[in-house]
Write a protein that binds this ligand. Structure first.
Ligand code: GDR
Length: 337
């Protein structure tokens, strides 16, 4: 009999890649998202799987809606990816973020505990939980120090998952995923924003675009590979938490330098602080400016993950370095734009 999996947030980047992976592994996939997200199944279409998923609407703010879905299907695995996932937006809507990203997870855990505690549960934890890092390289044992309403909500969900595992013997795991990007990344996140902006400049559709902090450093991997780690975590004998990362870190500026190089753009950085800008050397026009509106009230300056545990126990490792990832993202952006 086919295994039945639930993916919450199926129309997002990770939801789409994970749905594709599970379908390839012959799972039946039920995918949920909130009502307003339905128009955005362009990712599932791009992967050619929009007709292979059973869709259900499910608001994470309503436990009755969650219970309805769990009554209707007999899931063996649940991948909980849905969240208010934009860190910057969480400062403007801290209560909504806590309700969806934090309490939403607890509602699902509570539903599983009361209806069928044998269901395996995956929680999408985040490297943002390390926040203002207390250790230069972060692993599963590193103390959490969150810096945004988003990260605080993820910490709540992370500890709730651990608590349901220890209190009720549930197979509940957290994948602590560092930033993971792809051509399916949302346009508001910095990597895709940069790539879209540069391509629009080359096509002369815009003259410039604006960014915030260029000096934050992130450990960026390829989302398509990261969803494989999610699946592997649920196939282990024992439930446990794993860091998923590349172990390399680059600044936003490094990312821009690599992307402009791949696009063969003749550019240079000029000025300092808020006046720092990227200039097209061919015509002396500014193409990237700084706008403080993109700064966060509290920033996470540096993330580098140590994924030794996942490499050993899950036999998982990242295969795509940042140069290759940028090439994948740019090539696909040009193809579809
Ligand atoms: P992040 O991703 O907050 O790390 O969380 P994002 O791409 O939004 O920001 C990365 C860094 O870039 C800096 N930055 C900008 N960011 C955005 N979005 N827009 C800008 O114009 C800009 N300029 C500079 C940010 O300040 C930040 O330091 C992502 C999300 O997917 C989370 O949901 C997930 O949990 C983590 O990754 C792992």
């Amino acid at each position: 009999m086919k295994k039945l999996a639930l993916i919450t947030g199926v129309s997002g980047q990770d939801g789409a890649y994970l749905a594709k992976l599970l379908l390839e592994k012959k799972y039946k996939v039920v995918g949920t998202d909130r009502r307003s997200a339905r128009s955005s199944n362009w990712r599932l279409k791009r992967l050619g799987i929009e007709n292979d998923i059973i869709f259900e609407e499910m608001e994470l703010s309503e436990i009755y809606e969650i219970q309805r879905v769990f009554k209707k299907y007999k899931f063996s695995e649940v991948y909980h990816l849905a969240a208010q996932s934009f860190v910057k937006a969480s400062f403007n809507s801290p209560l909504n973020t806590s309700n969806i990203t934090g309490l939403g997870t607890l509602r699902i855990l509570e539903t599983i505990r009361s209806m069928n505690p044998k269901i395996k549960f995956y929680q999408a934890s985040s490297s943002e939980m390390f926040g203002d890092v207390l250790s230069k390289v972060q692993n599963e044992k590193t103390t959490l120090n969150p810096q945004s309403p988003y990260a605080i909500s993820k910490v709540f969900a992370h500890y709730s998952t651990q608590n349901y595992r220890s209190s009720y013997n549930m197979f509940a795991v957290s994948g602590i995923l560092f930033n993971h990007e792809s051509p399916l990344r949302g346009e508001e996140f910095v990597t895709r924003k940069i790539i879209i902006g540069l391509i629009k400049i080359l096509k002369k559709e815009i003259k410039f675009f604006e960014l915030g902090n260029l000096y934050a450093k992130r450990d960026w991997g390829y989302a398509k590979e990261y969803v494989e780690a999610m699946w592997k975590m649920l196939q282990q004998k024992k439930p446990d938490d794993y860091v998923i990362s590349t172990g390399k870190t680059y600044s936003i500026k490094d990312f821009i330098n690599k992307a402009t190089k791949y696009l063969n753009m003749n550019v240079s950085w000029r000025g300092h602080g808020l006046k720092e800008r990227l200039v097209n050397n061919d015509n002396n026009k500014t193409i990237i400016k700084i706008n403080p509106k993109y700064f966060r009230p509290a920033e996470v300056n540096l993330l580098i993950g140590n994924s030794t545990k996942a490499r050993k126990k899950l036999k998982w490792k990242p295969k795509t370095d940042l140069n290759k990832l940028i090439k994948i993202m740019i090539d696909e952006e040009i193809k579809y734009s």
